[in-house]
Each structure stands twice: as C-alpha cells, then as structure tokens.
Ligand binder design. Structure first.
Ligand SMILES: NC(=O)c1ccc[n+]([C@@H]2O[C@H](COP(=O)([O-])OP(=O)(O)OC[C@H]3O[C@@H](n4cnc5c(N)ncnc54)[C@H](O)[C@@H]3O)[C@@H](O)[C@H]2O)c1
Length: 334
C-alpha cells in the first residue's frame, strides 16, 4: 500500500520534505504539490517523477487521489489548512508551530476531538532525533535517578530579519518548549523569560534566556542566541540524581587544522536535524500504513507548546515569572 501525499508549501522546508519523501521513505509517493508561487511548485514537481501541481490548497486536500497532507506553508496558514484536512478526514503532518495563536491551536484540538480520531501530527522533528530520544530513554530507564536540570542552548548563525523578540520565543524556542516536555515527560508549572542586551548584529531582536519549571520541580534553562555568527548549534545536558546525559557533538567528526582542534559547526539547522526529518517522515508514513495513531507530537502537544509560548511572551512583556495554565487534556490524547 502506497500513501499518496500532497505537499502544501514548496519553500525551504517543503523542498526538503519532498526530497526526503522521494529518496528515503518506503511506501509513500509525493502525488501533488501546491504553492502560492506556481513557478516554485512547478520546479519542485519537475524534479519528482509522477508529481502533479494542484490548482489550489483546497483542491489538493479535497482530491480523492491524496491520502495524507504535509503542510510546509507559512505559520498563519497552518490552522486553516489543518482544519480543512480534519474536515476532509485526512491525516496531516503540519510544520511547527501548529498555529500562530493559542486559540487557533485549541480550535484544531476541538475539531480533532469532534472527529473522534487523531489525524494531526506537528512537525516537532526533534522528537525523532537520536540524541533527544537517548536523553528520554536514559531517563526512563531509571538508572540515572530523577531529573533535576535540563540545560539547553539554541543558537542560529544569523536569524532572518522578520524574527523579532516575540518570534524568537514563538518560532524558535518553541522547539525547546516541546522537546524538554517530551524528554522529561511532564508539563510545565511556570516560565520566566529574561532578555539579554541586544547584540550589535541585530536591532529587531534580543537574545533570550528562558527558565521553565516543571510540575515536579525540574528546572529547564534555555539560552537562545539568534545571531551567534559562528554557526548553528544546539546543546542539551540532562542532570539527574545519579549522573548526566548530554547530546554529543554533531557531526561526530573532529578536525585539527590551522592551529584549531575541535568539531565543525553547521551553517543552519537542516544538516543537524537531517536524520530527525528522515525518521519523522518514515515513522509518519509507517503509522499511516499501519492505520495507527501518529507517533510524533499530537495536536494536543502543539497546543501545549503554543500555550507555553504565550505564557513565555507574557513573561517577557511583564518581566516576571508566569504560570503555564492548561485545561484538562481531552481523553482522545490518552
Ligand atoms: N521544523 C523545523 O525545524 C522548521 C524549520 C524552519 C521552518 N519551519 C516551519 O516551516 C514552515 C515553512 O517554513 P520555510 O522556512 O520553508 O518558509 P519558506 O518561506 O521558505 O516557504 C514557505 C512557502 O509557502 C509558500 N506560500 C505562501 N503562501 C502560501 C499559500 N497561501 N498557499 C500555499 N503556499 C504558500 C511560499 O510561496 C513559500 O514557497 C513555517 O511554518 C516554519 O515555521 C520549521
């Protein structure tokens, strides 16, 4: 059985998802693509044998020849497109964030609950990264004792100009809001955001330092530097009662050259997480073929990440510790 996938949004992420589906995923075909920029959709379709260009996003979702939809369009379109997929009864892998507001995320959760079926997976691909899975599995094994701290670093070489301080939280640090909750397997009680001085490399945003407190008392700290200049890097160290677990440097090749000994640093996030994107696509398709629930972040997880981001934005604005308040989790999500 081949899952026929329709892709909406053929930009940086859409083109990468298409290449992964075509090259690395058994049992799936990229049947159609759509982009508001028709030329962009046509260029991508021309590289993929058998891929059609759809007339509109709505036509792609309604097409009986499409079994599942992958959304890689801008954030503001995630909610309407995901809701249309749920209304059509089609599984959907939507890039993060699930939507551009907490209310829109809640509407998606409500629609899925009304449909009585988990159709939505959110593209929080770090859940498929071998390193973060190792942190989670190591903690779950019980041999490290209880978690105490999770130290995270997230640095971009140069962020795009439209990334303002609020978007540093809602678009970039939302990855840590999701992955720390996944590694620790518990919800947050509160968040505190402290902006650093503005770097001379950007006037539109400040680097941010965030402290998340989980309900059981684990402290997660995240340094996000959007204009680190030297390259892209994430770090993670989980401190437990009986030892620590850390993400290893990637790629795992050390170099000695021109008086320097160390590890090469990636230009952006894509090489660092190429394996995670591949595993995400493979496991999404495998679950679709098996007829089981999605294995990645659910619509509820997407809602929680956005609610956490909203609390973080409130903390940034008020310069104070802010509680993360969540409604009861619907039974659909276990
Ligand atoms: N998971 C990750 O690590 C990660 C990384 C980067 C971006 N993202 C997310 O992926 C999404 C896409 O980001 P990107 O970097 O590829 O952006 P991009 O700007 O490169 O691509 C977006 C594409 O959407 C198209 N588009 C615009 N309006 C449209 C419409 N009405 N209908 C269909 N297509 C439309 C644009 O023409 C463009 O080709 C965003 O939601 C972003 O937050 C996720």
């Amino acid at each position: 059985m081949t899952i026929r996938i329709g892709l909406i949004g053929c930009g940086i992420m859409g083109a990468d998802h298409a290449a992964i589906l075509h090259r690395d995923v058994a049992g799936a075909s990229l049947a159609a693509v759509y982009d508001a920029d028709t030329a962009r959709a046509e260029v991508l379709a021309a590289k993929m044998p058998g891929t059609q260009v759809a007339a509109s996003a709505e036509a792609l979702i309604a097409d009986a020849g499409i079994d599942a939809v992958l959304i890689a369009a801008p954030d503001a379109l995630h909610a309407p497109l995901t809701l249309a997929c749920i209304a059509a009864g089609k599984p959907v892998l939507c890039e993060k964030p699930l939507a551009d507001s907490v209310q829109a995320c809640r509407a998606i959760v409500d629609a899925e609950v009304a449909a009585g079926q988990m159709l939505v997976q959110v593209g929080f691909m770090r859940r498929f990264d071998a390193g973060y899975r190792g942190l989670r599995d190591g903690l779950r094994s019980g041999r490290m004792g209880a978690a105490l701290f999770l130290h995270c670093v997230h640095r971009n070489k140069i962020a795009p100009e439209y990334i303002t301080s609020p978007l540093v939280l809602a678009n970039s640090m939302v990855h840590e809001m999701d992955i720390a909750r996944y590694v620790l397997d518990e919800d947050y009680a509160a968040v505190t955001v402290i902006p650093a001085r503005a770097s001379r490399h950007s006037t539109s945003r400040q680097p941010q330092f965030m402290v998340l407190e989980t309900r059981s008392g684990v402290v997660v700290n995240v340094e996000m530097t959007p204009d680190a200049q030297y390259g892209y890097e994430v770090q993670g160290e989980l401190v437990c009662e009986d030892g620590t677990l850390s993400l290893a440097p990637a790629p795992p090749v050390a170099m000695r050259h021109a008086g320097v000994s160390g590890y090469l640093v990636e230009e952006d996030w894509r090489p660092r997480f190429v394996g995670a994107y591949r595993t995400q696509a493979q496991e999404w398709v495998a679950a679709l073929r098996a007829g089981t629930n999605p294995v990645g972040a659910s619509a509820w997880d997407g809602y929680v990440a956005s609610a956490t981001a909203a609390a973080a934005l409130a903390s940034l604005a008020a310069r104070q510790r802010t509680e993360v308040v969540l409604p009861p989790r619907p039974s659909l999500y276990g």
